[in-house]
Design a protein around this ligand. Structure first.
Ligand code: 5GP
Ligand code: MG
Length: 177
């Protein structure tokens, strides 16, 4: 069956902009003298990362990592691996991971463990969205944007089968039955 998804706006682009500004303020306060390495988790975090970083007017470096956890479905496989790794040295650095969403926590939990083994000075997590009701692996989010209900969201970098990443707002996807 080829059902058409229905989308409802959950957070408007203005709400997202305000939230990103708030997060940038908190991050500036904590990192302005630390020359941190910000690691964006591809692909979902690219839009958030771009908006956040241009509000951080202090020395920092940018990296990206790509992990696989989701296939084409909506459920995390539970098995996470690094698809595209880091070129920057992690040892001794202050690391801030930038995530689009923490759902079961498996992907982020794996990544934080992976980074901690590389002996950074510190590792913290900034996540635009959080679905705490879905958590399987405990994850501490140091800088959080929005708490979500147990719904599948798209837009602002987040996809459904590679679709809808371009949307400037965050929408809830619901399939018509
Ligand atoms: P976790 O390992 O925490 O279950 O899942 C993490 C990844 O699953 C996220 O980085 C994201 O790619 C995907 N994901 C989880 N929930 C959603 C959602 O509601 N919408 C979208 N587009 N992706 C999601
Ligand atoms: Mg992600």
């Amino acid at each position: 069956m080829n059902s058409q998804p229905k989308l409802h706006i959950l957070f408007t682009s203005e709400e997202i902009e305000a939230k990103v500004k708030t997060l940038a303020g908190e991050i500036r306060r904590d990192y302005q003298d630390k020359h941190p390495l910000l690691i964006g988790v591809l692909k979902g975090s690219f839009m958030f990362m771009a908006d956040l970083i241009r509000l951080l007017d202090f020395p920092l470096e940018v990296e990206f990592i790509r992990l696989s956890s989701y296939g084409s479905g909506r459920e995390s496989s539970g098995k996470v691996r690094v698809v595209q790794g880091l070129r920057s040295l992690i040892k001794g650095r202050d690391i801030l991971v930038i995530e689009d969403i923490v759902d079961t926590g498996r992907t982020t939990g794996f990544l934080l463990d992976y980074l901690r083994k590389k002996m950074p000075a510190s590792v913290k997590l900034c996540a635009l969205t959080d679905k705490p009701s879905r958590r399987q692996t405990p994850v501490t989010i140091d800088y959080l944007g929005f708490t979500l209900p147990n719904k599948f969201i798209v837009g602002y970098g987040l996809d459904w089968d590679e679709k809808f990443r371009y949307l400037p707002d965050i929408r809830v996807i619901e399939e018509e039955g």
